[in-house]
Design a protein around this ligand. Structure first.
Ligand code: PLP
Length: 430
């Protein structure tokens, strides 16, 4: 496979952009080799600058659940373009999307639009602090909530991959207000809450984690968190930036039947445009300015182009239950067929899959928290990633990530992924 144009672009990019990329994981540091520079994408496929085609299993890290170049979304954007790119004033579309979100995610009674998942989580934590009058936040090892200072404490995803869990630039003052617990361990949470009684404003969690690979909550875990928060008057924040509108219309909370106090959203909500949101109980959301005292604002928040893309995406998902059946079936098929290949090759690698989120972990131990992910053979993953790339399958470039499926994947695409897996793994094992 010729990747010379990508190679040359990466060399040039490093002169002008830190590390040559605008988000660290894109630099392929965790898997070796040079990143692919993407020129275009359509449906299930991405095309690089050298005209190579890849089946896309990242889908822009989640947003492109309907695949690339969805005609309805692109038409909505083209239509909105005619009316100017931005107003910085309220629009009817903002009400429509807010109303639709409250309809699709019943725990959300009011919602504020922002421009990214990071903004959503930062704002949600500030709101929880303002609402409770407390300072501390409890988060979970391996969960990633964007790059806000409070979260870069033993964070997963890019930060863990890069080996800088405590990023320079985050003050010790900030770090002291962030408590961390292992995921899927209620006893640890109880202990920390007891030790910090009356001081914790919020507990923030990815209800199904995607940033230490796909890690599924144990039975009763999310309900246990809900109960602890109720008892201690702690604001429960579900960070559904990844899982929102992906695992179901109502996200992970819709599957597990747990109502958080605040939900953070991003990715799919913008249909591919830069959008985030946070919403929840009316009583809490009314603390946000200008209604309440907790300040939060944004020049481009509720941007009309982004709202048009997001609105079309959400309407489509709301009207098409079969989307979730289809991508869950694709997820199940991949997990089953990949497991078959592994067994035939004498390996019992752990595969976590829920709906359209999957991770194949190079370990035979169960992966239900960050320690589980860390036990994986990341060197092997790097070689596997490169092998799959050469077979035309674009995986997330780190073991610590989930694959995201789209409705555009055909049966032939799924079989190509399985066949590539077999070929690459066989090569690696012999
Ligand atoms: N929260 C979760 C669960 C995420 O997965 C991410 C990004 O991957 C974020 C927050 C941050 O979102 P953004 O990258 O849009 O700032």
């Amino acid at each position: 496979m010729d990747k010379s144009k990508s190679k040359e672009l990466f060399r040039k990019a490093q002169n002008f952009i830190p590390g040559g990329v605008n988000s660290p994981v894109r630099a392929f540091k965790a898997v070796g080799g040079d990143p692919i520079f993407v020129k275009s994408a359509k449906g299930a496929y991405m095309y690089d600058e050298d005209e190579n085609r890849y089946i896309d299993l990242i889908n822009s890290w989640g947003p492109m659940i309907l695949g690339h170049g969805n005609e309805a979304i692109e038409a909505a954007v083209a239509d909105a373009l005619k009316n100017s790119l931005s107003f910085g004033a309220p629009t009817a579309k903002e009400i429509e999307i807010a109303e639709l979100i409250t309809h699709m995610v019943p725990s959300i009674e009011k919602v504020r639009m922002v421009n990214s998942g990071t903004e959503a989580t930062m704002s949600a934590v500030r709101l929880a602090r303002g609402f409770t009058g407390r300072d501390k936040v409890l988060k979970f090892e391996g969960c990633y909530h964007g790059h806000g200072d409070s979260f870069l404490i033993a964070a997963g995803s890019g930060a863990a991959t890069m080996g800088t869990p405590n990023s320079p630039g985050v003050t010790t003052g900030t770090a002291k207000d962030t408590l961390t617990a292992p995921f899927n361990d209620l006893e640890a949470v109880k202990k920390i809450v007891e030790q910090n009684k009356g001081e914790i404003a919020a507990l923030i969690v990815e209800p199904v984690a995607g940033n230490m690979g796909c890690v599924i909550p144990k039975e009763g875990y999310l309900q246990g968190l809900r109960d602890i928060c109720d008892q201690e008057e702690i604001v429960l924040i579900f960070d559904e930036v990844m899982t929102g509108f992906r695992l179901s219309k109502a996200g992970a909370q819709g599957i597990y039947g747990i109502k958080p106090d605040i939900t953070t959203l991003g990715k799919i909500i913008g249909g591919g445009m830069p959008v985030g949101a946070y919403g929840g109980r009316k009583e809490i959301m009314d603390f946000v300015s200008p209604q309440g005292p907790v300040y939060q604002a944004g020049t481009l928040s509720g941007n009309p182009i982004a709202m048009s893309a997001g609105l079309t995406m959400l309407h489509y998902l709301n009207d098409h239950d079969e989307v979730y059946d289809q991508i869950a079936a694709s997820g199940k098929y991949l997990a089953k067929e990949i497991a078959k290949v592994n067994t035939a090759l004498g390996k019992n690698y752990t595969i976590n899959q829920l709906g359209s989120m999957i991770s194949v972990f190079f370990t035979d131990q169960p992966v239900d928290n960050f320690d589980g992910t860390k036990a994986c053979d990341t060197e092997m993953f790097g070689k596997y990633f490169q092998g799959m790339l050469n077979e035309g399958v674009y995986l997330p470039p780190a073991q610590y990530e989930s694959w995201f499926l789209s409705t555009s994947l055909s049966a032939e695409d799924l079989d190509h992924i399985v066949k590539s897996h077999e070929k690459v793994l066989k090569n690696l094992l012999t």
